[in-house]
Design a binder for this molecule. Structure first.
Ligand code: LLP
Length: 431
């Protein structure tokens, strides 16, 4: 259940009217619902109750420190991919000892930092990386906890740019090579072979690929566990969310789309996977990102102009691809709704930003309520891979972010000042 819905014709996040936030803080503005973050975390946590488990929030999806703090307070661990992300957890008051550290290109400095922070485990993506971690651990006189990431070669059936578990991808080590890698790793100094990790892709709306991958990998985990004495198996992230019909309807089964299609719920996920995982007797780690944050956020924007050409009705807004790149990058669909509900016929519209690229759009030929200059719109399901993928392209400042909790709201990232965009730049001495 998420918390963006119309109340008396006004779009609200929990108990706060979004129009009032747009007025007060300006646009583009990301708004996050603390109740939704909590609800989604709790649903997953409850569904996994039969297992000894740790949810490691994939903070690449949204790394605002207020979001991290919300999840840390619920007991969450974190899936991190850089020293910067681990540092954010520490800064936000989270527990670095509940961090796993993934990524194919960890530098020696990052490994040393993670070791000093006593992270839970490195998710290792190559043999060269195992050797590097061992070397740094010897130098620092520490024992490095490691899990190798297995590439199970299972097609996740999702967008090509977010599929990670086939041999076309740069991630992990091929299923067939894993046992040899562990045998060699066991001979490297200062490593503790703590578990195995996998992740097959993102935005999976069907449980089947998860099931296939887990079925394939569990016997391997079992064999390795007998040899090396594991603590955990991480099944990665990837649980998909609703993007179409994303507006909460008041119906608790909001995951039913208009076509009646049921998307993946934590309970379905658990019903299929728990029986496969339970016999391992290991701690099970999960790395959900989008599931926790996606529908917990919206991007508010203001209509600047309506431009009609021979063929098109362009709604030009003040947010752009630098704020939310997903439509340009993956052709992603984000529901777009006015903050003040409009009656009457819809108009087929292209919603576009001010950036000088044809790819700077949020919707094409979309039936949209008739809006005019100064109206505000919300792009829904923008809590995951939204603000974190933002940039300063066209020297546009990064948007502000607000966290809502009931009837309270607080700025959790102030809008970047224009001059801050180039504060690290300077002219060359000969100029
Ligand atoms: N674990 C690993 C190792 C990952 O690579 C990812 C995501 C996750 C967990 C979390 O996946 P999630 O539960 O959020 O699906 N920018 C793209 C998504 C990239 C996902 C990258 N890896 C998008 O906007 O759709």
């Amino acid at each position: 259940m998420h918390s963006f819905r119309y109340v008396k014709g006004q779009l609200q996040c929990e108990g706060v009217a979004l129009a009032s936030l747009a007025e007060k803080h300006g646009t583009p503005l990301f708004v996050y619902s603390q109740a939704t973050l909590t609800d989604h975390y709790s649903k997953l946590d409850r569904a996994l109750a039969p297992l000894d488990h740790l949810i490691c929030f994939a903070m690449k999806s949204n790394s605002n420190i207020a979001v991290i703090r919300t999840l840390a307070n619920l007991g969450s661990g974190f899936d991190t991919v850089s020293a910067g992300e681990i540092q954010r957890v520490v800064d936000a008051g989270g527990d670095a000892r509940k961090c796993v550290f993934a990524g194919v290109g960890k530098t020696e400095e990052e490994i040393a930092y993670a070791l000093r922070q006593e992270i839970y485990s490195f998710n290792v993506e190559s043999e060269a990386e195992l050797k590097r971690i061992s070397k740094v651990a010897v130098r620092l006189r520490r024992i490095a906890p490691v899990a190798v990431r297995v590439n199970p070669n299972v097609d996740a059936g999702t967008h090509a740019k977010i599929t990670t578990g086939t041999y076309e991808n740069k991630f992990g080590i091929a299923f067939e090579q894993i046992e040899g890698v562990y045998a060699r790793a066991a001979k490297l100094p200062n490593l503790r072979l703590r578990g195995l990790q996998m992740h097959i892709g993102s935005q999976l709306t069907d449980v089947k690929p998860f099931q296939l991958a887990v079925e394939k990998v569990v016997p391997l985990v079992d064999r390795l566990n007998r040899k090396h004495g594991f603590d955990f198996f991480s099944v990665g992230g990837g649980i998909g969310i609703v993007y179409r019909d994303a507006l909460a309807s008041g119906d608790p089964a909001w995951w039913l789309t208009k076509e009646g299609k049921k998307v993946l719920t934590p309970q379905t996920y658990a019903d299929k996977l728990v029986p496969l995982l339970k016999p391992l007797g290991l701690k099970i780690l999960l790395e959900p990102g989008r599931f926790l944050t996606g529908n917990a956020g919206a991007l508010l924007t203001r209509v600047e102009f309506i431009k009609k050409t021979g063929k098109k009705n362009f709604v030009i807004v003040d947010a752009a691809m630098n704020d939310l790149i997903r439509p340009a990058f993956y052709d992603s669909f984000h529901e777009i709704v006015p903050l003040k509900k409009k009656a009457g016929a819809t108009v087929s519209s292209d919603v576009v930003g001010p950036i000088c690229e044809s790819g700077d759009y949020f919707a094409k030929d979309r039936p949209l309520a008739k809006v005019g200059e100064g109206d505000h719109l919300a792009l829904l399901s923008a809590g995951a891979y939204g603000s974190v993928m933002g940039s300063n392209y066209n020297s546009r400042p990064l948007a502000a972010e607000v966290l809502v909790n009931g009837t309270k709201s607080a700025v959790v990232r102030r809008r970047q000042e224009i001059a801050d965009i180039w504060e690290n730049e300077q002219t060359a001495p000969w100029q």
